[in-house]
Design a binder for this molecule. Structure first.
Ligand SMILES: NC(=O)c1ccc[n+]([C@@H]2O[C@H](COP(=O)([O-])OP(=O)(O)OC[C@H]3O[C@@H](n4cnc5c(N)ncnc54)[C@H](O)[C@@H]3O)[C@@H](O)[C@H]2O)c1
Length: 163
């Protein structure tokens, strides 16, 4: 189940999987909407007969809005992680992967040079706080759900050259 706020992107990804012999469907989903995430987990399990793996990868970067960044990058991961782990624990186990970032492990330097104070907004702090939060959630849920057959891990990509 390819779930994304961008329905065209979700469709395209599902089409690629289907063209290569896999079986995929697309779902338009805002991960910042807890009820919608819960429904997506149930709908996916119904559509495919089971739910074995969740990849909590959706994220935004580059914005300067504290609440939006936290709601997508931290709360969005929490909703998929919590409701997914509960579902899997009650239905035979599974694995969950959360996307953090190098910015989930260290603070990040901007471009070289001293940035004027007036230009410093909430964006970098929100992104770094959210990605550090994803690391903490991953550690905690791995401890809480490991004994219930649910593995929880995170990946921490470094910034790509394209960004
Ligand atoms: N590209 C990098 O350099 C880099 C580095 C470290 C971590 N990351 C992380 O990797 C993940 C993927 O990033 P990417 O570089 O592929 O970005 P991307 O913008 O190509 O992909 C992010 C996807 O998330 C979707 N999305 C955004 N808000 C959403 C929401 N509220 N609900 C559902 N879907 C939503 C977007 O539509 C998009 O398809 C993110 O969590 C990002 O923070 C990226």
């Amino acid at each position: 189940m390819c779930a994304d706020l961008d329905s065209v992107a979700a469709d395209n990804t599902a089409n690629i999987i289907n063209q290569q012999g896999g079986k995929a469907e697309a779902l338009t989903l805002d991960v910042a909407n807890e009820d919608a995430v819960k429904s997506a987990i149930q709908d996916t399990a119904t559509a495919f007969g089971s739910l074995d793996v969740i990849f909590n990868n959706a994220g935004i970067g580059g914005g300067n809005d504290w609440h939006k960044t936290i709601s997508v990058n931290l709360s969005g991961v929490y909703y998929g992680l919590h409701h997914g782990a509960v579902y899997m624990a009650e239905n035979g186990g599974g694995a969950i992967i959360n996307t953090s970032s190098l910015a989930g492990l260290v603070g990040v330097a901007g471009p070289p040079g001293v940035r004027p104070v007036a230009e410093i907004g909430p964006g970098p702090g929100a992104y770094v706080a959210a990605k550090h939060g994803v690391v903490g959630l991953t550690r905690q849920y791995a401890i809480m759900f490991g004994a219930h057959g649910v593995r929880v891990n995170a990946i921490a990509p470094v910034i790509s050259k394209q960004r």
